[in-house]
Design a protein around this ligand. Structure first.
Ligand code: PMP
Length: 369
């Protein structure tokens, strides 16, 4: 490693996922089921709100904590939803920005952070960046959280639990009972429960439940990227105990500075737009892919997000993905999100035609080898 490069950068290994994206760029007409963002166009009224914000000169710095147009609306929503006297909201540079600030705010060097495996790629790197130690809890094969395993993993050094439901990469949603139990355990043991709720609107079978309902000190990391198909706008938000939020805002001031100003106005407008038809369409995509693959693959039926995480029918996941790529199909090996290399992540955020082509290849690969 170059002598100028700091040791902390070793926690970031993006080579695996980049290889798939680089490959996609060289292929003509790939069947791309590797992408973690919605395939629908941003609804026109939301586009217009962004254009209007830019035209009316909302282009300078925003307030560090976020613009009242969006902040007040979110605060009112959280007050009505939870009624927690100490719950404060602020606006971040995407959900990722919220996660970075949360780890920098909570984790001291040597602190342990519990992460459920498989996990969203960023979690382990961000814990490392903050000097923390990741404690992985394996959730295969059903991807449900075993409360006994969680209780056993807690030590005097445990600072935080990173929780994500609906989850990336499995699409699995935790049951309300499990969520309540995790929330209660974190409260009893005085551990920060960090709940990444970016997929809360993509929950298809049961209403979404946040652990904040059961544990008023839950730190919720959320954002607009996925719900409205605006991943490039970089608008997220965080809510939790006031003193934690105030510290995160202080860190934001000297790092991200603010979330993009015009897109905060557009996100406020987006909150009034009904996305139900888009989300119903994603439920249909989930059903199509699950029903098509379930007899040939070992799969947990995903209750949310837009991913499905079947077990590779043969070989390692990396070997299986190499074969899929030879057949023009881009999917991601589970090793990117896990200590195991046994499953593959398929994103169904794609057109029906692309899904049909993808399913055809997946069935061929499962049946022929
Ligand atoms: N959390 C999870 C679980 C995600 O899947 C993603 C995006 N892939 C993010 C956070 C980051 O989202 P954003 O674009 O808002 O930074």
């Amino acid at each position: 490693m170059h002598s100028w490069i700091a040791d902390r950068t070793r926690f970031f290994d993006s080579s695996g996922i980049r290889k798939v994206f680089d490959l996609a760029a060289t292929m003509t007409d790939p069947i791309n089921l590797s992408i973690g963002q919605p395939d629908f166009a941003v609804p026109e009224p939301i586009q217009n709100a962004a254009i209007e914000a830019i035209r009316s000169n909302k282009n300078g710095y925003a307030l560090t904590q976020g613009m009242p147009v969006l902040l007040d609306k979110l605060q009112a929503q959280m007050d009505a939803r939870y009624g927690h006297a100490d719950r404060q909201v602020f606006i971040t540079s995407g959900t990722s920005g919220g996660l970075v600030l949360a780890m920098m705010t909570l984790v001291n060097p040597g602190d342990e952070v519990i992460v459920f495996d498989p996990y969203f790629v960023m979690y382990t790197s961000l814990v490392g960046l903050a000097g923390g130690r990741v404690v992985l809890i394996d959730t295969y094969p059903e991807f449900r959280i075993d409360l006994n395993k969680l209780a056993d993993a807690i030590t005097p050094r445990t600072k935080a639990i990173l929780f994500n439901s609906p989850a990336n990469p499995t699409g699995v949603t935790a049951s309300a009972d499990d969520i309540q139990a995790i929330a209660q355990l974190a409260a009893d043991r005085n551990i920060a429960l960090v709940s990444d709720e970016i997929y809360s609107c993509f929950q298809y079978d049961e209403p979404f439940v946040s652990p904040a309902r059961f544990n008023e000190r839950t730190l919720v990391i959320d954002g607009f990227s996925k719900t409205y198909g605006i991943t490039g706008w970089r608008v997220g938000f965080v809510h939790g105990p006031r003193e934690i939020i105030q510290t995160m805002i202080k860190l934001q001031q000297y790092t991200f500075v603010c979330a993009p100003h015009p897109f905060q106005w557009a996100s406020a407008a987006a909150m009034d737009f009904d996305m139900t038809p888009y989300l119903d369409d994603y439920r249909r995509k989930r059903d199509f892919v699950f029903e098509s693959l379930k007899d040939d693959y070992e799969i947990e039926k995903p209750g949310g997000a837009f991913y499905i995480f079947p077990k590779s029918p043969w070989g390692t996941a990396s070997e299986f993905v190499a074969k899929a790529i030879e057949n023009q199909l881009l999917i991601i090996p589970g090793s990117i999100f896990s200590a195991r290399d046994t499953h593959v992540r398929i994103s169904y955020a794609a057109s029906q035609r692309t899904l049909e082509r993808g399913v055809e290849v997946l069935l061929k690969l499962a049946r022929n080898c």
